[in-house]
Design a protein around this ligand. Structure first.
Ligand code: SAH
Length: 406
């Protein structure tokens, strides 16, 4: 056996020079088009990865179906030994992810415990909502029975949750050629609770809502926005009221707008949970299409001191970018026109394909067209419990710009 052959009990996948240079540049994915050979490899296997000459590059999880065929879990090649015991590695990684949050997460009992690639556990997402853990499985490898059992037992042992509930995205399972599965508890029975972030309370139903229930990635941005907002505030795309509830104690009047009635019903329940201080304004929730409402409000000369824009991802793929830029610009332009001098704009984009520089450029264009001057107060990203891997740009997706408008 030559020095460069993979001495592995694991099946191995050979990748093209382009795939290998992607890994050498620090990325963790190899696309299907860069797979040279993966014969007979079972869906979701742990595999050894090597270049075309047989030089080992590390260990990965293999998907037979996704465009992302390889997700690296280890680059350890010095010993030429790929990961022999994946469950043991899972346990270590879960412990490390928890330790990372212990140092960085403050003022909340709701945060992301495991963020897939960014915690070196590709395909696994775990969020904590007080005593309930919500799990999302995104790949064939993480759907394996032994993997699931290991994750559940490790989380139970370390966190002692009342329950662990799985949230299933049927589209993801279809893309991974996995059989359909229902959302529901994997352990324990509890699916409803309340959680508290930055002193603000939220009701939580593990089987309802978008993502795993809340937009935990905005947690630190809520607190930042609350520092600057005052007067009359408008939270556009408010969902269950994340920004609006944080702004209420600082503002004389708060309005939240969303097109989803179920989201607004939860927002209203959340407002009731927090209205202990009679000086806090009652929040008005409006069910409307944000584009139409902003158009009406702008033309009827409504004015605000703070406006939050947190739309859904307009650019789901690179091809959508131009249309997305037009959508963001229209929203920001209208909001800028409605802000009083000295007003605060909090404007977000959660599309990975919209880079921070694209977003700032769009905003600069909107400011010019609206004849307003913007001073940047903060250019922010996602909360620290959603880590960004510097060499994996896809892990940085959220932009949140806070600016003063004159
Ligand atoms: N700011 C929220 C998250 C917003 S997610 C938070 O921090 O929790 C995006 C929201 O936009 C969703 O609640 C969705 O219902 C809403 N939405 C999508 N399209 C819309 C439209 N055209 N008009 C109003 N709301 C819309």
């Amino acid at each position: 056996m030559s020095q460069t052959t993979v001495p592995s009990s694991l099946p191995y996948v050979k990748i093209s020079p382009r795939g290998a240079s992607r890994l050498k540049a620090g990325h963790v994915w190899v696309y299907r088009s860069d797979i040279v050979s993966a014969e007979g490899i079972l869906p979701g296997s742990v595999v050894a990865v090597c270049d075309q000459r047989g030089k080992p590059l590390g260990t990965a999880l293999y998907s037979s179906s996704s465009q992302i065929a390889i997700r690296m879990i280890s680059r350890e090649t010095i010993s030429h030994e790929p990961v022999a015991d994946f469950p043991a590695l899972l346990r270590q990684r879960i412990a490390a992810a928890l330790a990372y949050r212990n140092n960085l997460v403050r003022d909340t009992d709701a945060y992301r415990i495991i963020f897939s690639e960014a915690d070196f556990l590709p395909g696994l997402i775990v969020d904590r909502y007080n005593e309930i853990l919500s799990v999302q499985v995104l790949t064939q490898a993480m759907d394996d029975k032994l993997v699931r059992d290991t994750v559940i037992s490790e989380l139970t042992q370390r966190m002692n949750p009342a329950s662990i509930v799985e949230r299933v995205d049927p589209r993801v399972r279809e893309l991974e050629s996995l059989p359909p599965r229902a959302s529901g508890p994997l352990q324990g029975e509890k699916t409803v609770t309340t959680f508290t972030m930055n002193g603000v309370q939220f009701s939580y139903d593990a089987l309802e809502g978008q993502k795993t229930g809340a937009f935990l990635d905005q947690r630190e941005n809520y607190a930042a926005a609350a520092q600057y907002a005052r007067g009359e505030a408008l939270d556009v795309f408010c969902y269950q009221g994340g920004f609006a509830l944080h702004l209420a104690p600082r503002c004389s009047q708060v309005t939240g707008v969303d097109s989803s009635r179920p989201a607004l019903e939860v927002a209203d329940r959340n407002a009731a949970l927090n209205r202990r201080d009679p000086s806090h304004p009652e929040i008005e929730w409006i069910e409307a299409n944000a584009f139409d409402l902003l158009k009406d409000y702008a033309s009827s000369n409504r004015r605000y001191d703070a406006i939050v824009l947190d739309p859904p991802a307009f650019a789901k793929t690179k091809r959508d970018l131009d249309a997305a830029l037009r959508g963001y610009k229209e929203l920001n332009l209208r909001a800028l026109k409605m802000l009083r001098p000295g007003g605060i704009l909090v404007t977000c984009s959660c599309s990975y394909h919209m880079s921070q520089s694209n977003f700032l450029e769009m905003l600069a264009g909107a400011a010019l067209d609206a004849h307003r001057t913007l001073r940047l107060i903060e250019v922010r990203g996602q909360s620290k419990d959603h880590p960004v891997l510097l060499n994996v740009p896809e892990t940085a997706y959220l932009k949140c710009v806070i600016a003063c408008v004159s």
